[in-house]
Design a protein around this ligand. Structure first.
Ligand code: DGT
Ligand code: MG
Ligand code: MG
Ligand code: MG
Ligand code: MG
Length: 268
């Protein structure tokens, strides 16, 4: 087919192919969720409807897009890890990033009612996205550890802050002053000695965030089978299916990775 004289504009497109052998991580984060959470009456410090909707949307990303082996989310962010050997969309960063963020955003709106029943969605939310490449298993694990450590630090702060306000009667300014310069041990101590709260017993989803992976699960169904001269008989059929499963566990230590050896591909 003859080319038009306009065809040359294609050459203005930049190559953004992700380096081979690297894990491709796409992290998205809610735009201005400080305001979004206030306007939609999120519970403080953690709103289980919002966290549930984030995870539901992340599951939709994993189910609809190719080659995502693990996703980790907390607060208004989610990270998606493409396997290091993926060739999906020729590893083009912009394609991978925009597919993840748009699939996530549309799912967030699509499933809103399932999680927020009586709370209407007041305006269309949006999420930013970025791509980061990690060349080794150690780097990838350190990335995920960084996000989980961030979750822990923020949750301990927010839990103590809102306990001081909601149960201790402090203003938000007073609570901020009270916590300025405190270490983790100080916050644990405030919760325990002043409010009889053992931080260890707080919800693991709030402390650890949410990790989504693919796992084989057995599904048993019953089927009606017609046999000649016997009429219909009911048989049970078990098949294994890969499903996205959700975990609120430590992913910094080795145990999680030893229990799920398929997530990482070997370093070469
Ligand atoms: P950005 O990301 O630069 O556009 O701005 P923000 O406002 O989204 O800031 P970010 O992402 O650093 O912080 C997340 C905000 O979302 C933070 O203000 C707290 C809020 N948020 C996230 N999850 C919850 C929740 O479960 N409950 C409440 N009350 N707020 C939440
Ligand atoms: Mg931010
Ligand atoms: Mg945000
Ligand atoms: Mg955030
Ligand atoms: Mg098209």
């Amino acid at each position: 087919m003859a080319k038009s004289k306009f065809e040359y504009v294609r050459n203005f497109e930049l190559d953004d192919t992700c380096l081979r052998n690297c894990y491709i991580v796409v992290r998205l984060d809610g735009r201005n969720f400080h305001k979004f959470s206030e306007q939609h009456n999120f519970m403080k410090p953690n709103d289980n409807r919002a966290l549930g909707l984030m995870s539901r949307s992340a599951r939709s990303v994993m189910e609809e897009l190719e080659d995502i082996t693990i996703a980790y989310g907390q607060s208004d962010e989610f990270s998606f890890v493409f396997k290091r050997s993926t060739t999906w969309f020729k590893r083009r960063a912009s394609k991978l990033m925009t597919h993840v963020t748009s699939q996530f955003s549309s799912s967030f709106v699509y499933f809103w009612k399932e999680y927020f029943a009586e709370q209407p969605l007041l305006y269309p939310p949006s999420f930013d996205g970025r791509v980061v490449l990690y060349p080794s298993n150690r780097n990838l694990r350190d990335y995920l550890s960084w996000r989980q450590a961030d979750c822990h630090i923020n949750n301990l702060y927010n839990t103590t802050f809102w306990t001081l306000v909601q149960e201790g009667g402090l203003t938000t300014t007073q609570a901020e002053e009270r916590l300025s310069g405190t270490q983790a041990a100080d916050k644990n101590e405030i919760l325990f000695s002043e409010f009889n709260i053992n931080y260890n017993n707080e919800s693991s989803m709030h402390k650890k965030g949410t990790t989504l992976i693919w796992e084989k699960v057995n599904e048993t169904t019953t089927k009606l089978i017609k046999r000649p001269n016997e009429g219909e008989t009911e048989v049970t059929v078990t098949r294994t299916r890969k499903k996205v499963t959700s975990h609120s566990c430590d992913i910094i230590g080795d145990q999680f990775w030893e229990e799920h050896p398929d997530i990482l591909e070997s370093d070469q």
